[in-house]
Write a protein that binds this ligand. Structure first.
Ligand code: 5AD
Ligand code: SF4
Length: 439
């Protein structure tokens, strides 16, 4: 038998890319590849790229340039670019960097085996179409390898919201939901392989409306079906849009026992003027009212969010409105970014905020968010939480896992294994994690 070929995948960006990289690795497994952690050993290098942050394409080109030496030493080495930069740049990638053999957009991963064969035959292989078929259905059915206790599962892709700053509707395309039966089968399979917590993924996950046995199913409907799977202990989902927080989903947060009390619900800004210019189609007040309703359903829910500062035409007053909103919500986690232009999006053409002013706002916002994060985390001390243990910690005999609120929790001693779900009393709050003792 010939030696297996080695595949090195580098993943950038969101959890959906992590999921996609796993599927690509499985698909190329069928072509005789095994994964390696070092590019020097690889017969194929695949960069799974992200386009959400600034100068994404430039960073990919400079990363590609670093493989020049490797390719000179090993002419059979194939280099591929996947993900949102592949989608956005297309053929241009091969023009600008001739050592690239393969370019594949996120909707075409099921064609990877054909593309790989084409690249092996010495041709340039490119696919950035948006086909109608379910790529994951075509990517499945690798041998049933054991898995860790947590997994991502993509249920929905793409977005029709067209926020004025965002490339996702262009790189990931229109919103598409996978049929519920396929998701449920995949979830069952994950559980049989050792998974106890599933995070449902989608760029607009709560807009999920996949075909179910009696017409389309909502995300809440899907969660209730997943709730029935024996051995699955926890369900999470991300990322949601405020306008798609339907009543049944809010209610599920209060009644569905496996649905975790954590919700990532980006608002982006606290100023109605800016929200309007961002094309967000909600106001600060409607967002706050929504959170009130979610907290009525599940009082202990930990809220998480995303913010953009320095969006075109944001004034100090608009920024103050963002700080006010953050004060009112008190996020347990929040991610804030300085606006950066994405060519082709509506906001790219508008007058930009002074970069120093934007930096200053970002620092002020992050200071406030960090303070709240700290307070929310510190308030866990003395409480009992359930921890799903994932892996050994840095100290001997220590294990790390996540509480239902997604805080990392360290526990020492107690014969714990990955996959154990145990009540833990929190004893201390550290820089980025909690410490506790088994009950
Ligand atoms: N500039 C800055 N931040 C952005 N995000 C998306 N597009 C941009 C952009 N052009 C942020 C949003 C989104 C998160 C994933 O990334 O806050 O919710
Ligand atoms: Fe981008 Fe999210 Fe807005 Fe869709 S809803 S355009 S993914 S920020």
């Amino acid at each position: 038998m010939s030696e297996p070929k080695k595949l090195y995948i580098k993943t950038y960006g969101c959890q959906m890319n992590v999921y996609d990289s796993e599927r690509m690795s499985e698909a190329l497994g069928g072509q005789g590849y095994v994964e390696t952690q070092s590019p020097e050993d690889a017969d194929m290098i695949l960069l799974n790229t992200c386009h959400i942050r600034e100068k994404a394409a430039e960073k990919v080109y400079s990363e590609l340039g670093r493989f020049k030496g490797l390719k000179a030493e090993k002419p059979d080495l194939k280099i591929g670019v996947a993900g949102c930069v592949a989608q956005a740049e297309g053929e241009e990638i091969m023009r600008r960097q001739p050592l690239v053999d393969l370019v594949v957009g996120p909707q075409s991963y099921h064609r990877l085996p054909e593309l790989e064969a084409k690249a092996r035959a010495g041709e340039k292989a490119l696919d950035t179409d948006f086909p109608e078929e379910d790529k994951f259905e075509k990517l499945k059915n690798r041998p049933k390898a054991k898995r860790g206790p947590t997994a991502f599962l993509t249920v929905q892709e793409g977005c029709d919201k067209f926020c004025a700053f965002c490339v996702v509707p262009y790189t990931r395309g229109a919103e598409v939901s996978r049929p519920a039966d396929r998701i449920l089968r995949e979830a069952q399979d994950l559980v049989e392989r050792g998974v106890r917590e599933i995070t449902l993924l989608g760029q607009n996950v709560n807009a999920y409306h996949g075909a179910g046995p009696n017409g389309d199913m909502t995300l809440a409907g899907l969660i209730w079906e997943l709730n029935k799977i024996d051995g699955l202990e926890r369900i999470r989902f991300t990322t949601s849009h405020p306008n798609d927080m339907t009543d049944d989903l809010i209610e599920a947060h209060g009644t569905c026992e496996k649905l975790m009390p954590y919700l990532h619900l980006p608002v982006q800004s606290g100023s109605d003027k800016i929200l309007k210019r961002m094309n967000r189609s909600h106001t600060a007040e409607s967002y706050l009212h929504l959170i009130e309703r979610i907290r009525e359903a599940r009082p202990d829910i930990l809220m998480s969010g995303d913010f953009i500062v320095g969006f075109p035409e944001e004034t100090e007053e608009d920024f103050q409105a963002t700080l006010d909103l953050v004060e009112q919500v008190r996020y347990g986690y929040a991610y804030s970014f300085k606006y950066s232009t994405r060519p082709g999006t509506p906001a790219a053409e508008r007058p930009q905020v002074d970069p120093q002013e934007a930096d200053d706002r970002l620092q002020r916002l992050q200071a406030l968010i960090t303070r709240h994060q700290r307070e929310v985390q510190d308030a866990m001390v003395g409480r009992t939480v359930n921890v799903l243990f994932e892996k050994p910690g840095r100290l001997p005999g220590q294990m790390v896992g996540k509480s239902e609120y997604l805080h990392a929790v360290h526990v020492s001693g107690g014969e714990l294994s990955a996959g154990d779900l145990r009540p833990v009393r929190i004893t201390a709050s550290g820089a980025n994690s909690l410490a506790g003792a088994l009950l």
